[in-house]
Design a protein around this ligand. Structure first.
Ligand SMILES: [Zn+2]
Ligand SMILES: [Zn+2]
Length: 321
């Protein structure tokens, strides 16, 4: 059965060349202000991320849009208008946490079933990402499979790490396995504190590969997988090619360039494998994936344990050279 994705198929950001005008932009898509339960005002939130060199930010207050024209937007920062919406969960789990990007008009999510909220956001031209499913005790089969129209998943969330449930990679893999569909992932702060608290700001971010510094271009890149999340490591390149073995079995070789790493995990639909070097770190790796894998995503682990998460690659589409 062919793999698909919400965007039809995913685009590797590493196949979008500099000479066509593509640049990397760093951003956080999940933050709160005094318009919900965040400590800083919207202006303080925006200024904080701008001062830390971020290229884009979404203030995603609970239940309500913090309008991007309500703040003075610092130069070089692109604001994406959004909200975190919380429809009831009729399937048995906790109330949903839906990170809604490119939202134009408020939606009263407290009185709507989750599917109606997702549909309403999509009708506005927005995108709905499943926020921090590990922290929310989401069961993909019970709570998410009944829903249609989600754009992707938050694989890392800084404030949820403070509760020891920051990483949702197993939910990501489970969801893709059950739907036979590749979803893009985000790494976000979900910042509630002030920068000065040094608690949940500027520790998880998503790099988007775009031609234009606009909210629409950034959200389009996130929805099509032209991005990757990180808490530290930088991924410079990932290239995949077929190197079938003598019996004609489909084998994929991965070549990766990154900032200093201690190991790379190739997480696949059929288990996965690890690349590392004896007693040394590395910045480039070439290794073969488990034969027969249909999709793979990569986790790069830096020397200090911090991670980057690539989006999944559809291996069934790689033709023999
Ligand atoms: Zn939440
Ligand atoms: Zn939140």
């Amino acid at each position: 059965m062919a793999l698909d994705s919400p965007a039809g198929s995913l685009t590797s950001p590493f196949d979008l060349p500099d000479d066509e005008g593509y640049v990397w932009l760093k951003g956080n898509l999940h933050s709160h202000t005094t318009n919900s339960d965040g400590k800083p005002s919207p202006q303080e939130r925006v200024d904080g991320y701008a001062q830390r060199g971020y290229d884009y930010l979404c203030m995603s207050d609970h239940y309500t849009i913090t309008r991007i024209d309500s703040v003075d937007c610092p130069e070089n920062l692109t604001l994406i208008q959004g909200a975190e919406l919380h429809p009831d969960n009729p399937f048995g789990g906790q109330r949903h946490h839906l990170l809604c990007l490119n939202l134009q008009e408020d939606i009263d999510s407290t009185r709507m079933p989750p599917q109606h909220v997702i549909d309403a956001v999509n009708e506005q031209g927005g995108a709905v990402f499943l926020a921090h499913p590990h922290w929310s005790s989401v069961n993909i089969h019970r709570d998410i499979l009944p829903l249609r129209g989600l754009a992707g998943i938050e694989v890392f969330n800084t404030i949820c790490r403070c509760a020891a449930r920051g990483e949702s990679s197993v939910h990501w893999d489970d969801w893709m396995e059950q739907e036979n569909r590749l979803y893009p992932g985000l790494a976000n702060d979900d910042a509630h504190a002030l920068d000065a608290d040094e608690y949940d700001t500027c520790q998880g971010w998503t790099w988007a590969r775009v031609k234009q510094r606009s909210g629409q271009a950034i959200v389009d890149a996130l929805m099509t997988g032209a991005s990757y999340g990180s808490t530290g490591p930088v991924i410079h390149d990932i290239q995949l090619r077929r190197v079938d073995d003598e019996e004609g079995q489909r084998v994929i070789e991965a070549s990766i360039r990154c900032s200093e790493a201690q190991r790379i995990f190739a997480v696949a639909d059929n288990w996965g494998n690890e690349y590392r070097e004896k007693s040394t770190t590395f910045e480039a790796a070439t290794f073969t994936l488990r034969p027969g894998a249909r999709w793979t995503r990569f986790e790069i682990v830096g020397p200090d344990g911090r991670k980057a998460w690539s989006n999944p690659f559809d291996l069934t589409k790689i033709e023999r050279a």
